[in-house]
Design a protein around this ligand. Structure first.
Ligand code: GLU
Length: 304
């Protein structure tokens, strides 16, 4: 498949869409980004890379980090995690508190903020140790040792993170948080503030396209059953409250973040990442969603 021609064509076609929507402004450090940026990278299981646009520009991966921490939690405690977090789409916004109260502090799924906070608690071994472990994991997956936290963004999230703080304390009040809320939030804010580029992001999701084995290192990151589960969760819960729309338009398991990144997986074939900071009303990259829709249309490779 000539992915380079396909993404070149997509690049030209999405130009009028780039900058449509709004950048996330509820985290002040994300507010000042140039919204007219776009990048797309495809990495195949067979080891080929295709890029277009600003694929070496770092951006804040935000919620996409929830896939990395969930992978670590699945490795650590496997199915026991589901005693503390659900596996259903929430039908509410990613930072909603309402459902959490009704459902006794058990978040609907690991990809809404409440669920990710519980996942960070599940892998907690001290703030520094856990942050280092997450970073090491992402560096190994991407093969890029320079990936790090954007401390300015982490700090901005901490200062303006009142809603996440409320969420963590509510979960704690239901006894579904083992550690102190502020300690867990320190992990959560930092994982969201990981800065990496679009190509590294595509590379770091390749294990999910290859039955849990990272084809670059041959390392088994997740066993194949867990890999299936992770992809199913991304398909049903990975795109906030627009997960149905994304499945309809793109037809791939994926995960988005309010930094404007989206990464998706074609099982047994490839991982594809896009980045464009302006978001639609659901918090997903406007041009990025369009680009992925065109990608599965032109490459005819949706899972459906
Ligand atoms: N750090 C963001 C928050 O907690 C993550 C949001 C996202 O990308 O969904 O609000």
């Amino acid at each position: 498949m000539d992915y380079q021609s396909i993404i070149n064509k997509i690049y030209n076609e999405v130009q009028p869409e780039v900058g449509k929507g709004r950048v996330a402004d509820y985290i002040p450090a994300l507010r000042n980004i140039d919204d007219h940026q776009f990048a797309m990278a495809v990495v195949t299981v067979a080891g080929k890379e295709f890029t277009v646009g600003k694929t070496d520009e770092n951006f804040s991966i935000q919620s996409i980090s929830k896939v990395f921490t969930l992978t670590l939690a699945m490795k650590d405690i496997g199915n026991k995690l589901w005693e503390r977090v659900g596996r259903e789409p929430s039908g509410t916004s990613f930072n909603s508190l309402v459902q959490l109260e009704y459902e006794n502090g058990i978040p609907r799924n690991p990809f809404i903020n409440a669920g990710a906070i519980v996942v960070s608690d599940a892998i907690f071994e001290g703030r520094g140790k856990t942050k280092n472990r997450i970073l090491k994991f992402v560096r190994e997956l991407s093969g890029n040792n320079t990936i790090t936290f954007d401390e300015e963004i982490a700090e901005s999230e901490r200062i303006y993170g009142n809603r996440n703080r409320a969420m963590a304390n509510l979960i704690k009040s239901f006894d579904n948080l083992t550690n102190q809320a502020d300690d867990v939030l320190d992990i959560y804010f930092h994982q969201c503030a990981i800065a990496m580029n679009t190509l590294d992001l595509a590379k770091s999701f390749l294990y999910l396209a290859n039955s849990g084995i990272d084809p670059k290192s041959g390392q088994q990151i997740l066993d194949s059953r867990m890999c299936k589960k992770m992809n199913s969760l991304m398909l049903t819960c990975g795109l906030y409250d627009a997960v149905g729309d994304f499945a309809y338009r793109v037809g791939l398991p994926g995960k988005s973040g309010v930094g404007g990144g989206i990464v998706a997986v074609v099982p047994n074939e490839l991982a594809v990442a896009v980045w464009s900071p302006a978001l639609n009303k659901y918090g997903n990259s406007y041009a990025g969603t369009k680009a992925l829709e065109l990608f599965t249309t032109y490459a005819n490779n949706s899972i459906f």
